[in-house]
Design a protein around this ligand. Structure first.
Ligand code: EPZ
Length: 419
């Protein structure tokens, strides 16, 4: 198992290129199951979560070829049962449910287990499938879906915690091959849902309203081959901007879409940084004084939960007293205990962190937990005094392509060693 050593105190400067979005690529790869024809997906990031998804698709019978970011998938004949050994490694495996149900009218996939960022039910996905006419059974740890036919329906997918991103994608993927019209109210508006809708449309699906809370889907008989380029990863982009904020002189991220980053850019500006952008790049530089923030995570276009941990790392030093409230995954604060090991002064109560910025953090051995919490530790370590040793690095590799190499190219000093 690898670990990462971050030698603190280097300042960052330069340009870094952002990869394709993990959270777009995962459901898009699953969607290739909806056709017997070959699909070609470009800008697929090289991440362990993507590897798991490709393995699941192969196990389901698809022919998968991959060469430098381009994945070709031919799912001519498929099976409908996804094996537990792989599914259990990644919660996003549930994305194959919608396509299997849509195409084969049946699916058997293990129910995802607990998740470190909190209880992550899939009741809304199942409610959507039921509304389309599927019989849903949970038995022996598996979700079983079965339908003689799927019929378009009106479905409200808004849950107690707001809309569901993968749930919206999953139900949309089943509905594109249902008979008649489906209307999804309370749909997630995330750019990743729009990207999936764009790919499905390229395959011949008829979808309108992507990017709003109301999706209308006119079912078609079959889908066909398509090519698609995955959008840039807005969370990787945001993470490198926070790296620039924490330790940068001037850092530019390229191959990004600033429109997807509005809430993050607003927060960085409010926190005292200078931001400029073009159509495809964003530059961050320090601008004198650093200010505290009052942040609340929200579904898109609000401030993303996937950037909460990285902002906590930034606010842990020299920003006065900030308050960060997590409304999407109220228990997603595993990074706080580890940041405290580095000298941060953070009080946690309920789903809120009050962060009293200290002058400097110090390097310490810390434990990576979920993906974004782990990235936050790398960020916190950049300006810290001494060396931070981050264990369980595989969490970072699930969602960041070569984060150590990319940060080193900006001037950081990060080593990856075998534990
Ligand atoms: C997606 O997860 C992302 N994952 C997550 O990215 C991200 O944090 C999350 O959306 C929110 O933006 C992928 O895209 C692979 P949700 P998803 O369903 O779709 C509740 C990362 O770090 N809910 O939108 O699974 C749920 O508990 C990650 O890359 C239900 O109650 O999240 C949560 O409180 C991790 N019932 C809220 O909705 C359901 O059936 C939003 O979750 C589904 C969700």
């Amino acid at each position: 198992m690898d670990k990462i050593l971050v030698h603190g105190g280097r300042s960052l400067e330069g340009q870094v290129r952002i990869g394709g979005s993990k959270n777009s690529a995962l459901p898009i790869l699953a969607a290739t199951l909806l056709t017997k024809e070959k699909c070609v997906i470009d800008c697929v990031p090289d991440l362990s979560d993507i590897h798991y998804m490709l393995t699941i698709l192969s196990q389901l019978g698809a022919e998968v070829e991959r060469a430098s970011g381009v994945v070709q998938i031919l799912a001519e004949k498929i099976r409908t049962e996804a094996p537990y050994e792989i599914v259990r490694k990644m919660r996003a495996s549930v994305c194959v449910l919608g396509p299997l149900l849509g195409r084969e009218k049946k699916a058997k996939v293990s129910l995802p287990g607990g998740c470190v960022i909190g209880d992550r039910p899939i009741d809304l996905h199942l409610k959507g499938f039921e509304a389309l006419g599927a019989k849903v059974t949970v038995k022996g740890g598996d979700i079983l879906l079965e339908a003689s036919r799927l019929r378009g329906a009106r479905i409200n997918l808004r849950g107690r915690q707001g809309p569901t991103v993968l749930g919206t994608g999953n139900v949309m993927m089943a509905a594109v091959l249902a008979e008649g019209e489906t209307v999804i109210e309370g749909a997630a508006e995330e750019p990743e849902v729009v990207d999936l809708a764009d790919f499905l449309t390229a395959m011949g699906a008829r979808i309108s309203g992507a990017g709003t809370q109301r999706l209308e889907i006119e079912g078609v008989k079959e889908l066909h081959a398509a090519k698609h380029t995955v959008i840039p990863d807005r969370i990787e982009a945001g993470t490198f901007l926070v790296a620039g904020a924490i330790a940068g002189k001037k850092v530019t991220i390229t191959r990004t879409n600033p429109r997807h980053l509005e809430a993050v850019l607003t927060a960085l500006t409010t926190a005292g940084f200078e931001i400029s952008h073009t159509e495809e790049s964003v530059t961050i530089s320090p601008n004198g004084s650093r200010k505290p923030l009052h942040l609340e995570t929200l579904p898109y276009p609000g401030f993303p939960t996937d950037m909460q941990a990285q902002f906590c790392a930034m606010l842990a030093t020299r920003h006065g007293t900030s308050v960060v409230t997590e409304t999407v995954f109220p228990q997603r604060f595993m990074h706080v205990a580890e940041l405290k090991r580095m000298g941060a002064n953070i009080e946690l109560s309920d789903h809120r962190a009050t962060i009293h910025g200290v002058e400097q953090l110090s390097g310490a051995p810390v434990m990576a937990s979920d993906l974004r919490a782990s990235a936050a530790l790398v960020l916190a370590a950049l300006p810290a005094d001494g060396v931070t040793e981050i264990n369980r690095v595989y969490h970072i590799d699930r969602g960041y392509e070569r984060i150590d190499e990319k940060l080193n190219s900006l001037g950081a000093h990060i080593e990856r060693v075998k534990a």
